[in-house]
Design a protein around this ligand. Sequence first.
Ligand SMILES: *[C@@H]1O[C@H](CO)[C@@H](O)[C@H](O)[C@H]1NC(C)=O
Length: 208
Amino acid sequence: MLHVLLFFYFLVSSSHAAVQDFCVADLKAPQGPAGYSCKTPAKVTVDDFVYSGLGVAGNTSNFIKASINTAFADKFPGLNGLGLSMARVDLAPGGAIPMHSHPGASETLLVAKGSVIAAFVSSDNTVYSKTLKEGDIMVFPQGLLHFEVNTGRTPALIWVSFSSSNPGLQILSYALFRSSLPSELIEKTTFLDDDEVKRLKALLGGSG
Ligand SMILES: *[C@@H]1O[C@H](CO)[C@@H](O)[C@H](O)[C@H]1NC(C)=O
């Protein structure tokens, strides 16, 4: 009898310890490598699991003629710890999402409207590039540099999903020319000349 009671005791206590349905992000607490800490479950509501920010096209009246609207854990707390997230990309004709990478996630991209050239460059500098049409899906392996360009005559809409709730987004030209990295060091480490570095810093808002 005691054995049976002990068995049920361990069954119940271990299942309590092992099962946690979710860990909605507590955005007021600092974020660590494993994500945000969990919001007190009693304070979690359905709105933590719903995000309405991707319903409208982003503003493409800008230098890149494109917009990226992310639904990462910092905006969509219910994603925290679940290992996935989404984004919406709008591209006017001629628009481009500049060369960038997501240090924390692989990406799948679905062309919902229009036609785009999508490409990534692997660690051995091989280029994988393709013109995608409506309904096509492409995958970018984690961490690799990639981009999208709208080569069509109509606006393009792309839905993106990521294998992390916090994929990160690092845009190569912004890291170089929208940062405070001294021009001399940029020239040394990119082989670009001074005029070009200064032109790009003026264009993108870099200092140093
Ligand atoms: C889009 O952005 C441009 C440039 O910042 C701005 O002038 C324009 O008002 C914006 N359009 C909308 C609809 O918000």
